[in-house]
Design a protein around this ligand. Structure first.
Ligand code: PAF
Length: 284
């Protein structure tokens, strides 16, 4: 496994692989790798011949007062995981490599980024799409892999790639959960054991949503009220939003008919956690 610290070095490693007609996969990450990332890497190793994992805590997607400084950066453990999972190159650029000067050029996907998490994190998705566009330009992958836990991110990045005719496929992989249902996230590290227990209510509320839809409830307001009751069982949970939206446009649905995304964002102690499930109410 190679560790590339510069744009030039990752480009020349990818160029050599491409000259052997290898299919290039990219797993963009901010490090602090966990089983969710491992599942993305495994999908990349399965579907591609040459896998690049990027590790870069991207400052432009953190708003003022967010956790950029304290975001975990366990590089040695991350490299170990990459070695074990069959990664070919880990791209670990410095901030100076990625943003050598004041950034004046931004990639912004409109509308989709103003909803759900975009309401409380107004610059977040602009930072994500800009850094992803940069990584796609640097690595030039055939396929890039994202997790469904960050459903809005995956939908936004897919839309950016389509709208800008980027020559790559975006693969969205299933959310990985702890045995108790809690979606695996680097930010779970911020939680105490008690808060982790409270956090399991997030998935319980999403399961309730699925159950109600399976039982024939189509009214979002009724479902959201039940989800709210579940989340309110833990006083440590501050609900940011509970939404049931169209899985493509992310617009709120009053009545649930076809493909819908139920999405939750909460604050528990120091951690802002998100989770979602995708449902198809037409398939019952
Ligand atoms: O999901 C993440 O870890 C980040 O948002 C990403 C896609 C690596 C961009 O910095």
């Amino acid at each position: 496994m190679e560790i590339a610290k510069t744009i030039q070095s990752v480009r020349s490693l990818v160029k050599a692989a491409r000259s052997k007609s290898k299919k290039i996969g990219l797993v963009p990450t901010m490090g602090a790798l966990h089983i969710g990332h491992i599942s993305l890497i495994e999908a990349a190793v399965k579907q591609c011949d040459f896998v690049v994992v990027s590790i870069f805590v991207n400052p432009t997607q953190f708003g003022p007062g967010e956790d950029f400084e304290k975001y975990p950066r366990p590089l040695d453990a991350d490299l170990k995981i990459c070695r074990k999972t069959g990664v070919d190159v880990v791209f670990v650029p410095t901030q100076e490599q990625m943003y050598p000067a004041e950034n004046l050029t931004w990639v912004n996907v409109e509308k989709l980024t103003e909803l759900l998490c975009g309401q409380s994190r107004p610059i977040h998705f602009r930072g994500v799409t800009t850094v992803c566009a940069k990584l796609f330009n640097i690595v030039a992958p055939d396929v890039a892999f994202f997790g469904r836990k960050d459903a809005q991110q995956a939908i936004v990045v897919r839309r950016m790639a389509a709208d800008l005719n980027m020559p790559l496929e975006i693969v969205i992989c299933p959310t990985v959960r702890e045995p108790n249902g809690l979606a695996v996230s680097s930010r779970n590290k911020y939680l105490t054991e008690e808060q982790k227990k409270d956090a399991t209510l997030i998935y319980k509320s999403l399961q309730k949503c699925r159950e109600m839809i399976d039982d024939g409830t189509t009214d979002s307001e009724t479902i959201i009220a039940e989800m709210r009751k579940i989340l309110s069982q833990a006083p440590s949970i501050e609900i940011e939003y509970i939404s049931i939206v169209d899985a493509e446009t992310l617009h709120n649905l009053d009545k649930i008919a076809g493909k819908a995304l139920a999405a939750v964002a909460v604050q528990i102690g120091p951690a802002r956690l998100i989770d979602n499930i995708l449902m198809d109410a037409s398939k019952k």
